[in-house]
Ligand binder design. Structure first.
Ligand code: IPE
Ligand code: IPE
Ligand code: MG
Length: 229
């Protein structure tokens, strides 16, 4: 990374385009998910070596349940295998792992693995946050319901922030969405209120460290005013 780069503290990835990547190669969609999953480790490690402290990944949305059962099963399977294999790296590189989303909707096996991995890595500071069975609107509704359950009758920005899955994380500075789509698709809508948005036509399985560097240098040139002059 060249000098004078402004490195974002928290980067969120909307890892999109696995299906189209596979289609371009005349392969089934699940092959794209396989390649997409294989790409995660490299990109996450490039993020941390570039000085990014928090990485959030969109792996499975509440809306993704609407896909064919065989595809959903494949994605869940890949998440499980990813986590089994990645635990060693998390420990070696002192990365805190966490999941944002409704774990109650996942299989017992996956949920238990997630909880165990979160527990083992909880004292590390660099953070990998994976959104699984996650929806931004659902997250805010859950937060408000939890606040109500505590007996509160009013909310403010701080109380809502404190009850989101990401209560311990700073807001997202930079969102990177692959595959050319230019939308948020319910990704951390609260935490992205003041993010910069970087859209690239590159499909997720092809997104590499060079693409990340391009995104960071683009981010470096942004003038973040936060409403001021
Ligand atoms: C992103 O790739 C992965 C998930 C949503 C789980 P897609 O599966 O959405 O790929 P496209 O958008 O169909 O190409
Ligand atoms: C967003 O991608 C969800 C993930 C990357 C996990 P989708 O492919 O599901 O989103 P849409 O359908 O293009 O909005
Ligand atoms: Mg998609």
């Amino acid at each position: 990374m060249t000098e004078n780069m402004v490195v974002p503290t928290h980067v969120g990835f909307i890892m999109d385009g696995n299906g189209r990547w596979a289609k371009q190669k005349g392969k089934p969609r699940n092959f794209g998910h396989q390649k997409g999953a294989e790409n995660v480790e490299k990109v996450v490690s490039a993020c941390f070596s570039n000085g990014i402290k928090y990485v959030s990944l969109y792996a499975f949305s509440t809306e993704n349940w609407g896909r064919p059962e065989s595809e959903v099963k494949k994605i869940m399977d890949l998440l499980y295998k990813f986590l089994i294999k990645y635990t060693k790296t998390l420990i070696k590189n002192e990365i805190k792992f966490m999941v944002s989303g409704d774990k109650g909707g996942l299989s017992n096996e996956l949920r238990e693995l997630i909880v165990k991995t979160e527990e083992i890595t909880k004292n590390y500071s660099k953070t990998l946050n994976i959104a699984i069975n996650y929806g931004g609107k659902q997250e805010i509704v859950n937060a408000v319901n939890r606040i109500i359950a505590l007996g509160e009758t009013q909310v403010n920005e701080e109380t809502i922030s404190n009850h989101l899955y990401t209560s311990e994380l700073p807001d997202i500075d930079l969102v990177i969405r692959t595959s050319g789509e230019q939308r948020l698709s319910n990704f951390f809508i609260w935490q992205c209120a003041y993010s910069e948005f970087y859209f690239t036509p590159v499909l997720w399985p092809d997104f590499d460290e060079g693409c990340l560097q391009d995104a960071i240098s683009w981010y470096s040139k942004r003038n973040r005013r936060f409403g001021k002059l």
